[in-house]
Design a protein around this ligand. Sequence first.
Ligand code: SF4
Length: 196
Amino acid sequence: MADQPTKPTQASLNKKAAQTTSYKPSGVSATGRNARSFAIRLWSVRHSRALEWFYAHFADVFLKLHPLWKAVGYQRAEGPVKFVEKRVKGFLFDCRMCGQCVLSSTGMSCPMNCPKQLRNGPCGGVRANGHCEVEPDMPCVWVQAWSGASQMKGRDNILNVQKPVDQSLRETSSWLRVTAVAAADREAAAGQGAAQ
Ligand code: SF4
């Protein structure tokens, strides 16, 4: 009986195509970024201690403004606050507006810039020079996170296990959400105090 021809696998077809074409796609990025400087992002990590201090005071001011947000309506405030948050954090941290900010636990290095969007530490592919395996030009956000966290008062926060990203919060203001939660906690604590 004649031998049946074996069906080529997809891997062998890919290998053959790679051998027969000189075309090599360039500028491919899992996150759509082009090769660029990461200078400002790295500056933020280097100044994580000062930014931690600033953020703590900023959060207090935002919480003091709770009556204003309540009067305007959190929903109505969302648009303008998000506009500012997106630009400020985009400039300083390359923020991706995940809506559930963890910068204070990640040394001011935004984990959403990891092409794999890992929120609990690096993958096993960090290069020997501390760069990303997917985007070789980019310093690994988790190597940076460890470096930034080591300078912060809350350095142990990096050990907290982060929940998976809630995609329904994407493109929403983390600042307002954190404020609303803190205000609700404060009111609940005051209510309990009054009841005792
Ligand atoms: S953790 Fe989320 S909200 Fe914070 S900087 Fe990164 S993308 Fe923006």
